[in-house]
Design a protein around this ligand. Structure first.
Ligand SMILES: NC(=O)c1ccc[n+]([C@@H]2O[C@H](COP(=O)([O-])OP(=O)(O)OC[C@H]3O[C@@H](n4cnc5c(N)ncnc54)[C@H](O)[C@@H]3O)[C@@H](O)[C@H]2O)c1
Length: 258
């Protein structure tokens, strides 16, 4: 634990994409801050690994096997949390995919690849938020945090047009939700990781030439860690962020500052 203050004591939280990378680090950090954490992921083995790690910080968890692009699965997952915990206070809509080597510039992009990426990254985000809002509203308010990306705003994913477009959609969705739900006590915000050392980026990190190319645009000259991103999630999930609506915390080593 980073501080002695448990900033999420007694909060009922749900993290999508909790089986790996940023989602796993967020789930672990939330638990160490006193939260109960529901772990949603499409990969059952990965959820199990996160749940085992959570045991070490004595976290109370619910494992939710679901694909965020499938509405009945998302609805059932949220319903299960509501039934077991009688409410939900924080949702981190984080699950996403990047199909490196298959995503491409539009003139070379297969419709099937476009659809797969948009289904998870944008439709999956919409479905998570749709059912999260219903749960948070029933609790009288709460926090909804969307993982966005520098590619939401800038042409930083050369050749990855489907990924970049899906993340731009997420950014737009996050802001319009923030404006529309603020009056109901639902605080919607974004966290924008830069190039982060997670399984998603293993292929780049394993390739020194490619890594050097990416880090050339990062003033800090190293990838971020999933734990550094999770720290921003904790702030936005906590009551200390009461006046934060529709904002984005950038955790990118300066990538978007230059
Ligand atoms: N890693 C980065 O550099 C970076 C930068 C900016 C934004 N992001 C975004 O952060 C989020 C997390 O990325 P990460 O780096 O931790 O990725 P990751 O691949 O390490 O982990 C993603 C997790 O999401 C799960 N997942 C994938 N599809 C799913 C689905 N349909 N339903 C439910 N779960 C699903 C995976 O099983 C995995 O456990 C993603 O939305 C990603 O686009 C990552």
């Amino acid at each position: 634990m980073i501080t002695d203050v448990r900033r999420l004591e007694s909060k009922r939280t749900l993290v999508t994409g909790a089986g790996g990378g940023i989602g796993r680090a967020t789930a672990l950090r939330f638990a160490s801050e006193g939260a109960r954490v529901a772990l949603l992921d499409v990969n059952e083995e990965a959820i199990g690994e996160t749940a085992e790690l959570l045991d070490t910080v004595d976290g109370q968890t619910i494992d939710l096997l679901a694909d965020v692009s499938q509405e009945p699965q998302v609805a059932a997952a949220i319903d299960r949390v509501l039934a077991e915990w009688d409410g939900l206070d924080v949702v981190v809509a984080n699950a996403g995919i990047e199909l490196q080597g298959r995503d491409a510039a539009v003139d070379a992009l297969d419709l099937e690849v476009w659809q797969s990426i948009v289904d998870v990254n944008l439709t999956g985000m919409f479905l998570t938020c749709k059912h999260a809002v219903r749960a948070l509203r029933a609790a009288g308010g709460g926090a909804l945090i969307c993982t966005v990306s520098p590619t939401s705003l800038y042409a930083l994913g050369p050749g990855e047009h489907a990924y970049s477009a899906s993340k731009a959609g997420v950014y737009g969705l996050m802001r319009v939700m923030a404006a529309d739900y603020a009056g109901e006590g639902i605080r919607v915000n974004g966290v924008m990781p830069g190039f982060t050392a997670t399984p998603m980026n293993d292929p780049v990190i394993a390739n020194p030439g490619e890594l050097e190319e990416v880090l050339a645009n990062v003033p800090l000259k190293r990838p971020g860690t999933a734990e550094e991103v999770a720290a921003a999630m904790v702030y936005l999930a906590s009551d200390e962020a009461a006046y934060c609506i529709g904002g984005t915390i950038v955790v990118d080593g300066g990538m978007t500052a230059v």
